[in-house]
Design a protein around this ligand. Structure first.
Ligand SMILES: NC(=O)c1ccc[n+]([C@@H]2O[C@H](COP(=O)([O-])OP(=O)(O)OC[C@H]3O[C@@H](n4cnc5c(N)ncnc54)[C@H](OP(=O)(O)O)[C@@H]3O)[C@@H](O)[C@H]2O)c1
Length: 386
């Protein structure tokens, strides 16, 4: 029986690569539904090409346009539509490749139904890690990470006995501004920040990589996925992006996961897990690579990594506040309303202004998210544009 797959965020960088993975699966994966935010024409075209008869669009106006243009299938709309797409598609696995905290609803709906989740949307775990983990445990649904570092860790840790893994090491490319000082980042443009040296990704995560917030979010993600205390999760800058993560074991051995940067590898792993299938990527040519290098992250120039670690340690609403402020600040930077260095400033000031509260429910996350967005938006207005 093929495994029935829903792809959320099918119009994005991960979504499009996931469609390729499904197409190459030789019938082992069967696509049953797709979703996007507002790119209705693209998602309709994807559905037509693949004979899908159900799609969802987060934006109701876009959903209305899709329904007008596409009468062969059903168009669901808004948050309720997204939940219905997940819960009524009789699927075996949902790939959540939505960007930002908008993906939390899909994570909760998937796990709440006991459906396995291939998770690219790291923001879900950053914002609601504790509650999301409890939900997965309660329903028995698996979370299989798609983030390349966490996919590597999932594979490395999965091969070891419990209690033997002493530390996790996440690698970071360092982004386009690696090696620069703070003063050299004054006036960098959106195009400069989007020029990632090793990975081709969506806009938001590319900016997160340039600020090192991406690695900060990944530290929190790793903490929740693997239950590892923060003081045992390290970050090392590795500009070649060949080693995706490492684990240190109790007997002194360190194991690493290597490969060329290609997201189809972790996407395929998550969708086929626990099986492995062929993915058309080149075999690693170590002599051609020559050398792999490593550096300490520069926390003075890139304070977002420190801010994320502090928010993770504080717990409660702090990671949600961090994430919301980051989304507001990155959006402002991408639209020319905030300088690059202003991103970290806005996040830090938002965290300073909002007290950390305990989390009891997903509703408290929604409130914390809204509070942080409102504070961060005001802070953006007070600061100079790019
Ligand atoms: N790209 C990578 O290589 C990579 C690697 C590791 C992890 N990730 C993670 O994977 C997630 C997706 O990243 P990406 O780079 O693929 O992003 P992306 O290219 O920006 O795509 C985002 C997708 O989410 C949809 N979307 C946007 N806002 C939405 C909303 N409010 N509700 C529902 N759907 C919405 C978009 O639809 P529209 O096209 O209609 O806007 C698009 O399909 C992120 O959490 C990212 O951190 C990405």
């Amino acid at each position: 029986m093929p495994r029935r797959v829903v792809i959320l965020g099918s119009t994005g960088s991960i979504g499009v690569q996931a469609l390729d993975v499904v197409a190459r699966s030789g019938g082992e994966l069967e696509l049953v539904a797709l979703s996007a935010g507002s790119s209705w024409d693209t998602v309709v075209e994807q559905a037509r090409e693949r004979g899908i008869n159900r799609i969802a669009l987060a934006d109701p106006d876009a959903a209305a346009l899709a329904a007008e243009a596409w009468t062969e299938g059903e168009v669901l709309s808004g948050p309720d539509g997204l939940v219905a797409l997940i819960t009524e598609s009789d699927c075996d696995v949902v790939l959540n490749a939505i960007v930002g905290s908008a993906g939390l609803l899909a994570t909760v709906a998937t796990l709440g139904e006991g459906i396995d989740l291939a998770l690219a949307n790291k923001e879900s775990l950053v914002v609601g890690g504790e509650l999301v983990g409890q939900l997965a445990e309660a329903t028995g649904a698996a979370i299989i990470p798609v983030d390349s570092e966490h996919s590597a860790l999932h594979q490395l840790i999965g091969a070891e006995k419990p209690g033997t893994v002493e530390r996790l090491v996440l690698t970071a490319s360092g982004g386009p501004f690696r090696g620069r000082t703070r003063s050299e980042l004054t006036g960098v443009t959106v195009a400069d920040a989007l020029a990632h040296p090793t990975w081709a990704m969506g806009g938001k995560i590319t900016i997160d990589s340039a600020t090192l917030m991406n690695k900060g979010l990944e530290v929190i993600e790793a903490h929740h996925l693997f239950g590892t205390p923060y003081d045992r999760i390290e970050v090392v800058v590795h500009p070649q992006s060949i080693i995706h993560s490492l684990i240190g074991l109790c007997d002194g051995a360190t194991l690493a996961h290597l490969g060329y940067p290609d997201m189809r590898v972790p996407i395929s792993y998550a969708l086929h897990y626990p099986e492995r299938v062929d993915v058309p990527v080149a075999a690693l040519d170590l002599p051609a690579l020559g050398a792999l290098t490593f550096e300490e992250p520069d926390l003075e120039t890139f304070p977002c990594l420190r801010l994320a670690r502090e928010a993770g340690l504080a717990g409660g609403t702090a990671p949600c506040t961090l994430n919301a402020a980051n989304e507001v600040a990155v959006h402002a930077f991408l639209s020319g309303r905030l300088a690059f260095l202003g991103i970290a400033e806005v996040i830090e000031a938002t965290l300073d202004q909002l007290e950390v509260r305990q989390l009891h429910s997903f509703e408290s996350l929604t409130e914390a998210d809204a509070r942080a967005r409102s504070v961060a938006s005001l802070l953006v207005q007070e600061r100079p544009a790019a």
